[in-house]
Design a protein around this ligand. Structure first.
Ligand code: ADP
Ligand code: MG
Length: 198
């Protein structure tokens, strides 16, 4: 069994659907500790991605991730556009075959995480999307990649104090709210989990 181009397109299309479905919720979360645009930003980018992938299928698996990076970079905006763009660019560079085996999947997402960290100058514990990416990739490596693991990582952002991004302006007052970027990343990994099982 392996993960090929068609699989990646299915995964990304499902991620897009989940973001579009949760657009309001993502913006509401951002309203609490940011400027309220995360759902609108992400839904705009992922609506475009669905269109781009449907119109012209990228040539290779790496190209699927590269096209995703470019589309999110140009259409999402805010802080999250460049961050997700860097993630998928990193993933595209880490793909070196037309089909990924299950044991190389964590390495590909790790490259995505490195892209976010480099772009955001950020690391785990700062109440950002990284607080989903890092624990979930670790769970993948331990063969514990489950819906509960994703949800647990997301919920942990609630009690964190933001020290990066717009939410950091709130200091202590950022505590008690889920991070919107962590929420959209949880949607990404839920879509990945579903695609893995198909
Ligand atoms: P903006 O903050 O510009 O309005 P968005 O609302 O689209 O952008 O995205 C906010 C999300 O981006 C946050 O919830 C957080 O998860 C993520 N984020 C912001 N800054 C960073 C950073 N430096 N590193 C990692 N993630 C970040
Ligand atoms: Mg925002």
């Amino acid at each position: 069994m392996g993960f090929d181009k068609k699989w990646a397109i299915r995964f990304l299309d499902d991620f897009a659907d989940r973001v579009i479905e949760n657009k309001q919720l993502l913006s509401d979360l951002d309203q609490a500790i940011g400027d309220g645009d995360h759902g609108v930003n992400m839904a705009r980018g992922l609506t475009e991605l669905k269109k781009v992938l449907a119109e012209k299928e990228p040539a290779t698996l790496a190209d699927v991730f590269k096209t995703t990076a470019m589309t999110l970079l140009s259409k999402v905006g805010g802080a999250s556009g460049p961050l997700y763009g860097s993630a998928f660019l990193g993933m595209s560079k880490a793909v070196n075959a037309d089909t990924l085996s299950p044991d190389t999947l964590p390495d590909v997402f790790e490259a995505g995480l490195n892209g976010i960290e480099n772009r955001g100058k950020s690391h785990a514990g700062e109440k950002t999307m990284i607080d989903v990416w890092e624990p979930v990739i670790n769970a993948m490596r331990q063969n514990e990649f489950t819906s509960d693991a994703i949800e647990a990582a997301l919920q942990k952002t609630k009690d964190m104090k933001a020290t990066k991004g717009r939410a950091s302006y709130l200091g202590e007052r950022s505590i008690g709210h889920l991070d919107p970027g962590a929420y959209s990343s949880a949607l990404l990994f839920q879509a990945l989990l579903k695609a893995e099982g198909e």
